[in-house]
Design a protein around this ligand. Sequence first.
Ligand code: HEC
Ligand code: HEC
Length: 320
Amino acid sequence: MYRYLLMLLMFFSTLYSNDPIQPLPKKVKYDREKALLGKKLYFDPILSRDNTISCASCHNLDLAGVDNLQFSYGIKGQKGIINTPTVLNSIFNFRQMWDGRTKTLTHQVQFPITNPLEMGNSFENLIKTLKKKSYYNNTFNALYSNGITKVNIGDALEEFQKTLITPSTFDDYLRGNKNAITENQKKGFELFNKKGCVSCHNGINIGGGLYAQFGLTNEAIAKNLINENTDNNSFKNGYNPDLGLYNITKNDFDKFYFKVPTLRNVALTYPYLHNGRIKTLNEAISSIAKAQLGLDLTKEETFLIEEFLKSLSGKVTIIE
Ligand code: HEC
Ligand code: HEC
């Protein structure tokens, strides 16, 4: 019960605060040398056990940091169990992963590198292989006093990921250029605020800042999407990806709680939801309005919100 009260409180405090959404900072501080090392690691399949999969295989930077598949493929053609979120702007998430199981990008990389369905490696093996490559051996030793370690691999990847931010026309608009977005996008933004989307999707990342229950106001719609997903091999090792935060806490009331995803670049990061069950942005908006707010949006309202969300697509500049 207190969760609903909290949610209501959040809802009103964001509605009435002046700036529930902030523009991306113009500059993010990062260490250039470490970021270049991280970039090399990011695109290198050496991170995977059989040298076939890199971070970029699933988080393709030409595809807004995703692969547009319902589930990605790891080593040996194995299919994943949860949709791949974007890496773009992930530095601004309060936690990482759909269930928020880790806070920092440095720590996050341990999961894909050792996940048997993804890169299937061990750090012992990875450090051994990296030490044999003179570029990695020399660069790690030059930049870190303790050379190649699990933490330093994560740190370099974090420094690179700090550069993956995507300013968009909407940021120009927030900074005061009233003509940066179209009239329809302005109307869509107004609806996004008025209807209450902003109570969960807010902050710099327009999401990524809190947990919320999927199906808050319409469990049937949520359960329908969830149940249809149970025929895949999701339940290996007792991890049911549809249960979200529950997997971490094992508290019943955390079932179906997920980190609210960022909406930056959302027009490009289809398919949608943690289980990739929704193919189009239009359908995502109308289903989520039902599931999260108990609202039946009209076609026109859905169209306008979709137009607004398109203004959140930005370009990433890869450091050289
Ligand atoms: C085989 C596909 C695959 C590979 C390879 C992969 N990832 Fe991911 N990544 C995923 C999936 C799936 C998730 C979501 C997992 C979850 O929430 O349980 C994810 C989540 C993330 C997140 C969290 C984003 C968020 O919004 O929560 C980051 C950051 C990330 N990956 C970075 C990386 C980096 C860096 C590498 C390389 C070391 C990498 N990934 C390799 C599939 C992949
Ligand atoms: C109560 C919190 C809450 C509210 C209100 C809310 N959302 Fe969300 N939204 C979420 C959560 C949680 C998810 C992830 C659900 C999942 O994957 O199972 C999500 C997912 C999404 C997605 C899919 C993103 C992706 O990458 O898969 C879109 C698009 C979206 N919301 C748009 C909206 C719009 C538009 C509104 C207003 C009509 C809205 N949301 C209202 C919590 C909320």
